[in-house]
Ligand binder design. Structure first.
Ligand SMILES: Nc1nc2c(ncn2[C@@H]2O[C@H](COP(=O)(O)OP(=O)(O)OP(=O)(O)O)[C@@H](O)[C@H]2O)c(=O)[nH]1
Ligand SMILES: [Mg+2]
Length: 128
C-alpha cells in the first residue's frame, strides 16, 4: 500500500512507483471542497502517468475524511455521488481518521472492488 502525498513534487515519481497498482483510495476533507477537486485531479494525473487503459473500470474509492466535523461539512453528498457515477467503478464513504470511524469499512470496500475485478476479468490488464 502506497500512501502518496498531495504535494506536487512527489507526483513525478508516480509513473515508476505506482505501475502495477490495482486500485486508488482518494481521500479528501469534507470541510474543504477544494480538496475534493484536488483528489480528482490527482486521480486523473495518475491515470495518465501510470497509463491506465480504461479508467472507468479501475477500482477507486472516494473517501470523505473528518466526518467528526460533519457540522462544518461544505461538500454536497449528491455532488460526490454524481462524480463517482461518472467515474464508473468509483464508490464513496465518509470516515473519521481521528475517531477511527468507517476506516475499516473503506479498506474492505476497496479490497472487494479489487477482488471483483480480479475474479471477473482474471486476464485483464489495466496498463498500456
Ligand atoms: N478533525 C479531524 N482532523 C483530522 C482527521 N484526519 C486528519 N485530520 C487533521 O488534518 C490535518 C492533515 O492531516 P494529514 O494526515 O497530515 O493529511 P495528509 O492528507 O496525509 O497530508 P499529506 O501527507 O501532506 O498529503 C492534520 O492536522 C490532522 O490532525 C479527522 O478525521 N478529523
Ligand atoms: Mg499524509
Amino acid at each position: 500500500m502506497w500512501d502518496t502525498s498531495g504535494q506536487q513534487r512527489f507526483r513525478e515519481l508516480a509513473a515508476t512507483l505506482y505501475k502495477g497498482v490495482e486500485g486508488f483510495v482518494m481521500v479528501y476533507d469534507i470541510t474543504q471542497p477544494s480538496s475534493f477537486d484536488a483528489a480528482l485531479k490527482i486521480r486523473n494525473e495518475l491515470i495518465t502517468l501510470i497509463g491506465i487503459k480504461e479508467p472507468e473500470r479501475f477500482p477507486t474509492m472516494i473517501v470523505g475524511n473528518k466526518s467528526d466535523l460533519h457540522r462544518d461539512r461544505r461538500i454536497q453528498q449528491d455532488m460526490v455521488t454524481q462524480q463517482c457515477r461518472l467515474m464508473g467503478t468509483a464508490q464513496h464513504v465518509d470516515v473519521s481518521a481521528m475517531k477511527n470511524e468507517g476506516v475499516h469499512a473503506a479498506f474492505q470496500s476497496i479490497a472487494k472492488m479489487i477482488m471483483l475485478q480480479v475474479n471477473f476479468n482474471p486476464d485483464w490488464n489495466y496498463f498500456k
